[in-house]
Design a protein around this ligand. Structure first.
Ligand SMILES: [Fe+2]
Length: 308
């Protein structure tokens, strides 16, 4: 059986502390184009459990290899309907060129995936680093006034166009798989699967929905808590959501920027190399992106996500 080992990686603009954390979480192929083998999977699972994410570098890679890797970690796959579909388990990431704030993937939906994975088919020479932020670190560093605020449940609300919400319902409802099969009944059945959701469809077929969620997630195995949600995240593909606490108090800009400053202190930058594949615990670690510099076509990042 082939094995992998930890090795220092190049990170041009990382501090030594960042570099140390990056290499702690990196599995590098022993030989060029080594297949991801069982030993690598075992190590990756260990790293994911321990630190919340793991990077695989230098392994044989293509879309099929990436999909096969993800399938070792997920039994159920979730898709973002606003993104271009490329094969059974992976979608291209396409969200403009601006920086993207930290978020858990699909954090504003009723069923965020447990795991999100990225594969860099082609990496930009500069910029467009993916950012990774451990929500456990944020939780442990939160001052008491933020802790007491975010220990409360929150409500996200927004309006979604018909095509998007119908594709989401078709993907998530266990009895259907085609948006044309989505009816009011199927929508309400999906709403009923998770308490705290309400949805109404207007005359234009748009869905206005409200979803109650906890901005702090608890790891079912370790019991550790993490600030892991999408309140700092983007809304390129959808109308910007509104956030309020369960008692009706709006999330104000001052609180949001306090959290953003704290999160930035806990954020690592991952400078992609061709063929890199990263697995992220979406219940603990938030991700984002620095701005894309230069030609966006220099970069091809593929996303996959799913649940255990
Ligand atoms: Fe994302």
């Amino acid at each position: 059986m082939q094995s992998t080992y930890f090795k220092e990686q190049t990170a041009l603009d990382s501090s030594s502390c960042q570099l140390e954390k990056l290499l702690q979480n990196t599995l590098i192929a022993r030989q060029e184009n080594q297949w991801v083998d069982q030993d690598t999977i075992t190590k990756a699972k260990h790293q994911l459990q321990k630190n919340g994410w793991v990077l695989l570098r230098g392994f044989y890679h293509d879309l099929a290899a990436f999909s096969a890797l993800v399938s070792h970690f997920c039994s159920k796959l979730t898709f973002d309907p606003a993104r271009e579909f490329t094969n059974d388990t992976a979608q291209k990431v396409d969200a403009g060129t601006q920086a993207i704030g930290l978020h858990i993937e699909n954090g504003n939906t009723p069923f965020p995936p447990d795991l999100v994975a990225f594969y860099s088919r082609k990496s930009a020479l500069v910029g467009s680093q993916t950012t990774l932020c451990d929500g456990q670190q944020i939780f442990n560093a939160m001052p008491s006034h933020l802790l007491s605020l975010f220990e409360n449940n929150m409500v996200v609300s927004r309006t979604l166009p018909e095509a998007l919400w119908k594709r989401y319902v078709a993907n998530e409802h266990p009895l259907i798989d085609d948006p044309e099969q989505v009816t009011q009944q199927r929508l309400q059945e999906l709403m009923g699967m998770l308490p705290g959701q309400t949805g109404t469809v207007n005359d234009q077929g748009e869905l206005y929905y409200r979803l109650c969620f906890s901005p702090i997630l608890v790891n079912s195995q370790s019991g550790q808590r993490a600030f892991a949600n999408a309140i700092l995240g983007p809304s390129f593909n959808y109308q910007a959501p509104n956030y309020e606490f369960e008692d009706g108090q709006q999330l104000d800009e001052h609180t949001k920027s306090e959290i953003a400053v704290l999160a930035e202190q806990c954020t690592l930058e991952l400078a992609w190399q061709d063929g890199d594949m990263v697995l992220i615990d979406n219940t603990r670690v938030m991700h984002g992106r620095r701005a894309i510099e230069g030609d966006p076509s220099e970069r091809q990042l593929v996303i996959a996500m799913g649940s255990h």
